[in-house]
Design a protein around this ligand. Structure first.
Ligand SMILES: Nc1nc2c(c(=O)[nH]1)N=C([C@H](O)[C@@H](O)CO)CN2
Length: 123
């Protein structure tokens, strides 16, 4: 555990309206995807400096994640999840993340359906 980063930055329930789905009718409409993110970050540094430049800026991440899903218009939630994980690692330097994409309403008899992935390492 020594030298590992166990702090995280959270985004919960980020709502994104985008074209998503495998069926023809789904390619003609937008649907709501809910994004939940937990991202490893050493929060002791911004906690000491009080400078957002040292923080993982959840506002910037939210904007980028939303733009990614809107541009990608994926068929599968899995495709969207992989794209988000890749951009968080390459553009924001996030070393570990847990990401959940929910598509409420996709299965009317379920409260929600979705996928969850975990990428990277905290050590
Ligand atoms: N594992 C997945 N299963 C399904 C997905 C998906 O993205 N990942 N998508 C669909 C359809 O688009 C569905 O949401 C339409 O109701 C079906 N299964």
């Amino acid at each position: 555990m020594a030298n590992g980063v166990w702090d995280t930055v959270l985004i919960e329930g980020l709502a994104v309206e985008t074209v998503i789905g495998v069926y023809d009718w789904e390619r003609k409409i937008t649907q709501r995807v809910l994004v939940d993110l937990e991202m490893a970050w050493n929060n002791s540094i911004p906690g000491g400096s009080d400078d957002v430049a040292d923080a993982l800026d959840y506002a910037a991440v939210s904007e980028r994640v939303s733009a990614c899903l809107k541009t990608l218009e994926p068929q599968l939630l899995e495709t969207g999840a992989e794209a988000i994980a890749n951009l968080l690692q390459s553009e924001f330097g996030v070393r570990w993340l847990k990401l959940t994409l929910n598509k409420p309403g996709a299965v009317p008899s379920a409260r929600s359906v979705g996928v969850r992935i975990e990428r990277g390492s905290r050590t």
